[in-house]
Design a protein around this ligand. Structure first.
Ligand code: GRF
Length: 197
């Protein structure tokens, strides 16, 4: 039987990318399983979605840790290791990571970003792309390194910017591609990892 790679998805909000990964993982041929969904905020909407899909949903609230971001990450790291997690997928996880988590999971932590990196890292990508007169937007899955939205690119999907697009309409069309791209790229990534092991 196919040995599925255990993936944890880290979220801060609605978790539509997380949901797309959970749904993809339900296919018997999918090489990964979503073994945990972890949020840094108790009100992250994706926690209820994950639980409804039958996936363990855990909040490691950052609040009690105050400004000590590394201590919060150590608690996250412990939860991941307890469950034998092999790969992390960040999906709308809105906290900048410290070198602790980045180094601990080097080469095993992916992120999705709603632009064609290296263009438009950071926030408000769609509004900035439209304001700059771009004709094309998209999304990128990349490995996480110390720099925000940097790191080797694993996959991209392109989306045309239409003349009457605003940031909402563009975000909605890019999001559809994010859901497809993340599941496909994660599957290719974990398959490659197993082949290299
Ligand atoms: C997505 O656009 C993702 O690319 C970005 O944050 C958003 C999260 O949306 N990193 P969701 O929580 O997956 O619906």
């Amino acid at each position: 039987m196919l040995k599925k790679t255990k993936v944890a998805v880290l979220i801060s909000g609605r978790g539509s990318n997380m949901e797309a990964l959970v749904r993809a993982a339900k296919s018997p041929a999918c090489p990964f399983e979503i073994a945990l969904v972890l949020a840094n905020k108790p009100d992250a909407g994706g926690l209820a979605t994950a639980a409804a899909e039958g996936v363990e949903a855990l909040c490691v609230d950052s609040k009690p840790f105050g400004k000590d971001r590394e201590a919060h990450e150590r608690a996250i790291d412990a939860a991941l290791r307890e469950r034998g997690i092999e790969v992390i997928a960040l999906a709308g996880y809105m906290r900048i990571l410290t070198p602790f988590l980045v180094d601990a999971w080097e080469g095993r932590m992916l992120n999705i970003h709603p632009s064609l990196l290296p263009a438009y890292p950071g926030l408000d990508t769609h509004a900035r792309a439209i304001a700059a007169g771009e004709v094309e937007a998209g999304c990128t899955v990349h490995l996480v390194t110390a720099g925000v939205d940097e790191g080797p690119i694993l996959g991209q999907a392109r989306v045309p910017i239409l003349p009457d697009d605003d940031d909402h309409s563009l975000a909605a069309r890019v999001l559809e591609q994010e859901h497809r791209l993340y599941a496909d790229t994660l599957a290719t990534f974990v398959t490659g990892r197993l082949a290299r092991a």
